[in-house]
Design a protein around this ligand. Structure first.
Ligand code: ADP
Length: 318
């Protein structure tokens, strides 16, 4: 299927009589009539081959922006890379309009290089590499104003042309918030491979959880297995007096209650920790700088739950 032609096209989903009217005036009419869109996309074979050495592909999703999706992506990658030097971790930032991972990993001045085997990602550690549209921009303040097909083409290029090395134990994909073209493309492309799943990050407020329910429904519709839900900025523990406060009240029971209702695993909570926010802004490795902090303990606990969930969800072939 050509990802440039939306698969939610009303024409392809209607009866022949309905299809005639639905297709009238559509600029893709000629392509559809030629049967080209029904043929398998040749890029899928390339993608399958390219990602065949990746053991686990994990998409990080969120209903809303600003809930800590990129922060959690970086923490998960850092913990997995740090706990075992033999383990290779790759991070793909497909938050095309707001790529923040180069800054969070402190590699914003790096550029990706093209070689005979594809694009080489930027290495943060020997076993941790990152690829982001942020590396391709001339100026980090440049806005990326692309329509869906161009974004899809970029995602396809990322999935087919990045050379992650001989083996990658984890490929963690930071996605834009919500359920947009990029998510559909990712789901369509990754469906041709094995072992892919997703984690949803949220904050505890009901308005955020409302969007998570939509995200979970989207995952169900596109056949994307959910490893679980992470609640970020759950509580604030004052570094001076150690009193715990709920900055964002869990009026409806927070992410734990919602996970129970939606029948998905709850992976754990990350506290609101100003030193974590500061480290992300400055590209400092939080794990190393605050190795004994309760926030690190909470994150490590979540990573253990992620690994447990992975064993239950995979191997899965669609
Ligand atoms: P998203 O990717 O969902 O848009 P980010 O990960 O970019 O969100 O986080 C938004 C802001 O909140 C960033 O400045 C980040 O450093 C900060 N932040 C995220 N999680 C925490 C946390 N647990 N404690 C403190 N600051 C956080």
């Amino acid at each position: 299927m050509d990802p440039n032609v939306p698969n939610h096209c009303p024409g392809t989903n209607s009866s022949s009589a309905g299809q005639v009217s639905a297709c009238q005036g559509c600029p893709n009419q000629k392509i559809c009539a030629s049967g080209l869109t029904q043929a398998p996309d040749p890029a899928l074979e390339v993608l399958k081959h390219r990602l065949s050495s990746v053991k686990h592909k994990i998409l990080i999703l969120s209903g809303k922006g600003g809930v800590g999706k990129s922060t959690f992506t970086s923490l998960l990658a850092r913990v997995l890379a740090c706990e075992n030097e033999q383990q290779n971790v790759g991070v793909l930032d497909v938050d095309i309009c707001g790529p923040s991972l180069p800054i969070v990993f402190g590699v914003q001045d790096e550029k990706v290089h093209q070689s005979g085997s594809g694009w080489s990602p930027v290495f943060v550690e020997e076993n941790l590499s990152v690829m982001s549209v942020g590396f391709l921009l001339d100026d980090r303040d440049d806005a990326v104003i692309w329509r869906g097909p161009k974004k899809n083409a970029m995602i396809k290029q990322f999935l087919t042309e990045v050379d992650w090395g001989e083996t990658l134990d984890y490929l963690i994909v930071d996605t834009p918030p919500g359920t947009s073209d990029e998510h559909l493309s990712l789901a369509q492309f990754l469906k041709s491979t094995e072992n892919f799943s997703a984690i949803v990050v949220t904050t505890p407020q009901e308005v955020a959880l409302l969007d998570v329910r939509k995200e979970l429904d989207f995952a169900k519709k596109v056949g994307l297995p959910i490893l679980g839900v992470v609640e970020n900025m759950s509580v604030f523990v004052c570094p001076k007096c150690k009193v715990t406060s709920e900055i964002f009240p869990k009026n409806t029971g927070g992410a734990a209650q919602m996970s129970l209702e939606m029948n998905v695993p709850f992976l754990g909570s990350v506290p609101l920790d100003p030193s974590l926010g500061k480290c992300c802004d400055e590209g400092i490795n939080f794990l190393q700088r605050y190795s004994k902090s309760p926030t690190i303990m909470a994150i490590k606990h979540i990573v253990e739950n992620v690994k447990r969930s992975l064993k239950q969800v995979e191997p899965m072939v669609f």
